[in-house]
Design a binder for this molecule. Structure first.
Ligand code: 13P
Length: 252
């Protein structure tokens, strides 16, 4: 039985002061939810402030990116050990980073290794674009991204990962995938390649989230699918009442 995990990806929203306010609004209700791993992923500049509020609450903290080199002349970048000072999780390979900031399958893989070496749990994002979806390439794209992200890992490390299947056309559009189709993509093209490369045990242990226009109204339909273990939530994670409702929907 996999514990569901619901993470809020705040993207580039909230100053530290705003982040403190939102975290404060979320705290009591999020803490009260049992049986769901809960994670907030604010911008880098909010990590310290939010980590202070989350101390001893059982709610995890994640960054939205990292760099794979341990230190050095990489202006503007943040290393895994720096993230690990505050966080337990890190989002890697989000489609916005792939689309706007030159993230590739190869850099995703380097970041996954760096995160695991620093003791962080990576939340690895995969998903096809609208064009790829319409061209019937979902299977090929998603399985390629999964295989590339996990290249060179041990089976034991794979079972500790989180993967988020986020069809790019569903992100921020209000146009969610159907729960049944998302479940099928995850079973066949996320767990499938993992089973082939690392064995059935790893494929069944790895937790796979759905992301893309998850709202209080549709969350339960996604989270009740057998291969979906929670969600990666964008827009709705910025509204306390919505995020709390979505986390509660993962309790089954
Ligand atoms: P939305 O929930 O706003 O569609 O964003 C999903 C996402 O990109 C989470 O990483």
């Amino acid at each position: 039985m996999r514990t569901p995990i619901v993470a809020g990806n705040w993207k580039m929203n909230n100053t530290a002061a705003e982040a403190r306010r939102l975290t404060y609004e979320l705290l009591t209700d999020l803490q009260a939810v049992q049986g769901v791993e809960r994670v907030l992923c604010p911008p880098f500049t909010c990590l310290q402030a939010v980590s202070e509020l989350l101390h001893d609450t059982g709610i995890g903290l994640g960054a939205q990116n990292l760099h794979w080199e341990p230190k050095g002349a990489y202006t503007g970048e943040v290393a895994a050990a720096m993230v690990a000072e505050f966080c337990q999780y890190v989002i890697i390979g989000h489609s916005e980073r792939r689309a706007y900031f030159g993230e590739t399958d190869e850099t995703v893989n380097k970041k996954v290794h760096a995160a695991l070496n620093a003791g962080l749990t990576p939340i690895i994002c995969v998903g096809e674009t609208l064009e790829e979806n319409q061209a019937g390439q979902t299977a090929e794209v998603v399985s390629r991204q999964v295989n590339a992200a996990l290249h060179g890992l041990e089976a034991g490390a794979v079972s500790r990962l989180i993967i988020a299947y986020e069809p790019v056309w569903a992100i921020g559009t209000g146009l969610a995938a159907t729960p049944e189709i998302a479940n099928q993509v995850i079973a066949d093209h996320v767990r499938g390649p993992i089973a082939a490369a690392f064995g059935d045990q790893a494929a069944q242990a790895v937790r796979v989230q759905y992301g893309g226009s998850v709202k209080p109204a549709n969350a339960r339909a996604f989270f009740s699918q057998p291969d979906i273990d929670g969600g990666l939530i964008g827009g709705a994670s910025l509204k306390a009442a919505d995020f709390i409702a979505i986390v509660r929907a993962a309790t089954g």
